[in-house]
Design a protein around this ligand. Sequence first.
Ligand code: UD1
Ligand code: CA
Length: 453
Amino acid sequence: MNIVILAAGTGKRMRSALPKVLHRLAGRPLLSHVIDTARSLAPARIVVVVGHGAEAVREAVAAPDVAFALQAEQLGTGHAVQQALPLLDPALPTLVLYGDVPLTKPSTLKRLADAAVEGRYGILTVTLDDPTGYGRIVRDAGGYVTRIVEQKDATPDQLRIAEINTGIVVTPTAQLAMWLGALRNDNAQGEYYLTDVVEHAIEAGFDVVTTQPDDEWETLGVNSKAQLAELERIHQRNLADVLLGAGVTLMDPARLDVRGELTCGRDVSIDVNCVFEGSVTLADGVTVGANCVLRDATIGAGTRIEPFTHIEGANVGANAVLGPYARLRPGAVLGEEAHVGNFVEVKNATLGHGAKANHLTYIGDADIGARVNVGAGTITCNYDGANKHRTVIEDDVFVGSDTQFVAPVRVGRGVTIAAGTTVWKDVPEGTLVLNEKTQVTRGGYVRPVKKKS
Ligand code: UD1
Ligand code: CA
């Protein structure tokens, strides 16, 4: 089939400079969610109708399998579909979706498409407690759909109809050009309504069928920030339910945000207020403490992430311990059983098996060997003001507290570095390194006292 996604509207009520369909749900533009859903149906064509903010919208969702049609002026949903017509295969039916309705399930659309085979006109409808604002599905005494009437054009009797048009339809394509061409805009909004095509289809002898979504929220659209926030919570709760179903322990499924792809092994446990972005993999038995942010990371089996840890672009081995308050930045690669503790930042650096940096440390552009113990307050001075340089610390080195490594520098296996050392020359293996400085202790010193005013 063909799929047309309407995304030309202005979205005034968002009160934003950003085109409505580019506002983010779970970290991605609304329109990207709709395009993904469209793709899952393996259509022959996907055409996005753009108008308001056309350039920005095109740029944001450009892909080889997505074509764009420009609707320069927003003259109505029927007029919008008309702009896409030249890009559609007339031999296949056309499914119309909305760029601001992001949560429709592929199974719901599949059911609609299946019901509308052989030239039937299919409408996804839903019965609402409060149908205000929507187009109403008008049926005759036999229960057959005769037309759709917009809220603003409806009679008081029609306004009492609770079955509404979600806007999502499947239509034959070959006849569509004719039906759209025959639309008139002599209605309350002065627009060319796609909904009026139903009457033309019926006149031409086509059957009209309706199907319903499994859940009402599948058809909710975003017109305001309040609705966007509401849909975000619905979507996050759905994602949480999938994780729970897969055996993940969530301390509170209402306090989890997944903005990307989260893959979990067995017996993973996630405490409250964690945010997962990009692609994150947690292997078997990983525990994530409260208030952690993980973006594009792979965490090995049995690793414990304590609260308030921030991880981005990192790869962590099995049985490691991170945090609380650790920060792994892009290029951090931690071996098995490594420990990175509070207020330790690791960037573009490897830590070997069992290496430990437990307190107040910066490790940037470095290779730290196995079993190295990095004392508190250690800093790799990786930047000379113009270029970055690497620090290499081989296996079994003991780094005393408050050490600085002035890179580029290499420290051989098994070296012991005394506390407070500035290491700016390479150190051969098995040695002790320290800076000569003496402690001076003097008696008879009188501390200054504050003058009385
Ligand atoms: C439309 C339906 C209504 C249905 C409702 C469901 C029509 C005439 N009415 O009404 O029956 O109950 O959706 O939410 O179709 N758009 C364009 N170009 C345009 C006009 C709209 O791309 O010229 C896009 C909008 O960006 C939006 C979608 O089409 O994504 C729906 O348009 P909107 O004006 O919101 O239609 P409704 O009045 O809500
Ligand atoms: Ca709308």
